[in-house]
Design a protein around this ligand. Sequence first.
Ligand SMILES: [Zn+2]
Length: 354
Amino acid sequence: MPASNYRVFDGHNDTLLNLHLAERGGGRSFFIESEKGHIDLPRARRGGLAGGFFAIFVPPVDEYSSSAPPDDPNAPSVAPPVPALDPAYAKDFTNDLITLLGNIEEQADGQVRLVRNIQELGRCLARDVLAMILHFEGAEAIHPDLSVLEHFYDRGLRSLGLVWSRPNAYGHGVPFAFPASPDSGPGLTDAGFEIVQECNHLGILVDLAHLNERGFWDVAAVTDAPVVVTHGAAHRLSPCSRNLTDQQLDAIGESGGVVGLNFHVGFLRPDGLRDPDTPLRVMIDHIDYMVDRIGIDHVALGSDFDGATMSQYLGDVAGLPKLIGELQQAGYDDVALRKLTLENWLRVLGDTWR
Ligand SMILES: [Zn+2]
């Protein structure tokens, strides 16, 4: 099959925040092709994007006026620790971004849909409707008594990252550092263990991206769902604190879970530099490594579009066929490519959602 015919389901983007910040600056529209950012509907169509996890990330209050991408690690230097967020501000900001997502769905004339279960996702794929999964990158908006978790579930929340790279009531995000271990501090709080169980109960996917290593092992020990990292890469190839050790990769594979490859060049390059002049081969190296280690059923894509620095040879979402072409040249056959681009995410979501 030609590379441009593959349909891609993607584990992570920061498009909602990017659009929200652009709106304030006079912006870009999701429906009009732009040279800014990485995802809009015309480019998503061209790149074969079938859907993905659309993250809500709440930036620190003092950075809210800037458009600094959330995964911007200033690699290879050590970024200063990011302080905790005010939960009330996080909740308001999160509700605003969910409303933005709802507005996109409303204006899309049936071309975009927020999906809440695996049947809806299947219908979107069958009808070529772009499927959006509502994901929180950090649980600050959810009060530790968990009273608002159901409110957000009702608004469509189906995937929750407990932390971004900062501490909160549930756990400790791993600060950006290179080279550095992901083992950077204590594990989950009591509230962290409780929210994992409540997510299991509701059928919300728990995302372990950005969690420090002890937190990762705490979630892996208590969750009854597959272990998932929506956007990550191999620490063995690029020793960034955000990347996954071999043992973490093994745990993902053994649980029936999946890791989505983060496209951020600073997490892929062996030198940790955030240099767009990075060949696609570096992405293939991480996929090869993870597939060799844990198997083709447990590796997928998690681009971090609109939140990270892409290889200039990929560019944006419209460049996905270039990555697939490179994978074909590296020897991935049709069965393997379907798993990498779409089927592994569908399996894990089917196993996790109620
Ligand atoms: Zn991220």
